[in-house]
Design a protein around this ligand. Structure first.
Ligand code: ARG
Length: 266
């Protein structure tokens, strides 16, 4: 009887150990997807769409994993609110229809909450704040945003950088170089096809820091309004918005969000 007890205990220990050691290995991870940490075993899994061309917020590492500040934030939200995540690299423009047609449960992509987007999508509470920044060659005579009036300006298409630039140059201006991704927009400026690039500060600063051989300078402008990033959900999907907001609140309260971003958003 005693012996049986001991075997039972050993058995239980062995099973627990296997779960701890191999629990995460049972899920399949496709090449373009990245399965969450597995901290919420057995919990529901939400598919998260992104445009992983936006370092340091969301990008692909050498191994093909989707990584970045936004990704860490979503993983922390998922852990706090008790769900699992699977990331899909969808691209910027296709991301919006992907949320609409439920190909993904929500999107994380440094998406600024705007009145216009709120007409078509639901957003969580803000989790990050940002502003536009101008990037020009170091020897450029451009000093502020107004100086870009008659210049060629590169932006990522349909971003808030594109919207503010349309505000200065006109909606249909042929001087706006609207690229598919932010790195491509910056390349247009470096190649001389545009005089400046306009985009989110974190991404512009990261690009400049990682390309020290290219002589560039950044320009701030007081006319750029503060922007807030939110997670974007299909219109009317209150359940997912509530779940995400719950997670955001927890990581705001316990300091985890600040630990990831390095600053308080409000
Ligand atoms: N914050 C800007 C916007 O919402 C740019 C976001 C672009 N994000 C990306 N992953 N490409 O329009």
């Amino acid at each position: 009887m005693k012996k049986t007890g001991r075997f039972l205990l050993l058995g239980v220990l062995f099973v627990s150990l296997s779960v701890i050691l191999f629990g995460c290995g049972t899920k399949n991870s496709g090449s373009s997807t990245d399965v969450g940490e597995g901290k919420n075993e057995g919990a529901r899994k939400l598919v998260v769409g992104t445009d992983a061309t936006y370092a340091p917020m969301e990008s692909m590492d050498e191994k093909g994993n989707i990584v970045g500040i936004d990704i860490d934030i979503v993983k922390a939200i998922a852990e706090a609110a008790g769900f699992e995540v699977e990331f899909k690299n969808i691209g910027w423009e296709p991301l919006f229809p992907a949320v609409d047609n439920s190909e993904v449960d929500f999107a994380v992509s440094s998406i600024t909450i705007t009145e216009d987007r709120k007409k078509t999508y639901d957003f969580t509470n803000p989790y990050f704040s940002a502003n536009q920044l101008i990037l020009v060659p170091e020897d450029s005579s451009i000093e502020n945003f107004a100086d870009l009036k008659d210049k060629r300006v590169a932006v990522q298409i349909n971003t808030t950088g594109h919207i503010v630039t349309k505000g200065l140059l006109g909606d249909t201006s042929s001087k706006i170089v609207a690229a598919e991704t932010m790195p491509l927009a910056i390349s247009e400026m470096i190649n001389g096809n545009a005089d400046a690039a306009v985009g989110d500060n974190a991404v512009i600063i990261d690009y400049k820091a990682n390309n020290p051989k290219v002589q560039l300078k950044t320009i701030e402008d007081a006319s750029f309004e503060k922007e807030f990033y939110g997670l974007m959900v299909k219109k009317g999907n209150k359940e997912v918005v509530d779940l995400l907001n719950k997670g955001i609140q927890i990581i705001k309260d316990n300091g985890k969000l600040k630990e990831i971003t390095g600053f308080d958003i409000e």
